[in-house]
Design a protein around this ligand. Structure first.
Ligand code: FES
Length: 190
């Protein structure tokens, strides 16, 4: 039997079948059509989500990571014996005007505790950085004074930029116990 003969037979069967059968067939076709429609819609949504996820993966994440080099204002904004907490959240540093080996210096300390890496808190009343995890304490200069922290907080590179502002570079760090705090790249004379 050719396809056209089969189609004629189907059409004839539909014409001659009882109204109840025709109704049932129509209902089944409507259900099939709506299921197909739903399927294609879901496929479209899934494709869109996949494309968006791929685009996000391929594009550089411009806002998630702060730059490692940034300005923190002019030296005059840092009176002696001050700790600026403004840059803790975004950049993970404290900017301090303190002294080291009798020299007045402005420097940037990483907020990360040198025990197991928790974030320290500045306790102004005690003039100490305190670690909430295991109780380590550091002086305003970053020297470990109490608790299990085995060494001072780390300094970041700092310099005076062309516009006269202090510029910090967190990609370069300096460790006191290695004698690196005498490097002029990690402080600005205050
Ligand atoms: Fe700071 Fe343990 S992580 S004391």
């Amino acid at each position: 039997m050719t396809p056209s003969q089969r189609t004629d037979k189907t059409a004839q069967a539909e014409r001659t079948s009882p109204p109840v059968d025709r109704k049932r067939r129509g209902l089944l076709r409507a259900m099939f059509d709506s299921a197909m429609g739903l399927g294609f819609s879901a496929l479209g949504v899934a494709s869109g989500l996949w494309a968006a996820a791929t685009a996000r993966f391929m594009m550089p994440n411009a806002t998630a990571e702060p730059p490692s080099r940034f300005k923190v204002g002019h030296p005059a904004e840092y009176p002696a014996n001050t700790v600026r907490t403004t840059f803790k959240e975004r950049y993970g540093i404290w900017v301090v005007h303190g002294s080291y080996r009798g020299q007045s210096q402005i420097f940037a300390l990483r907020t990360v505790c040198t025990h197991l890496g928790c974030i320290t808190l500045w306790q102004a009343s005690e003039r100490r950085f305190k670690c909430p995890c295991h109780g380590s304490g550091f002086s305003a200069e970053g020297i470990n004074l109490e608790g299990p922290a085995p060494r001072p907080l780390e300094r970041c590179a700092i310099r005076i930029a062309d516009d006269g502002q202090l510029e910090v570079d967190t990609s370069k760090t300096f460790r006191e116990e290695l004698g690196q705090w005498t490097d002029p790249a990690c402080y600005v004379p205050g």
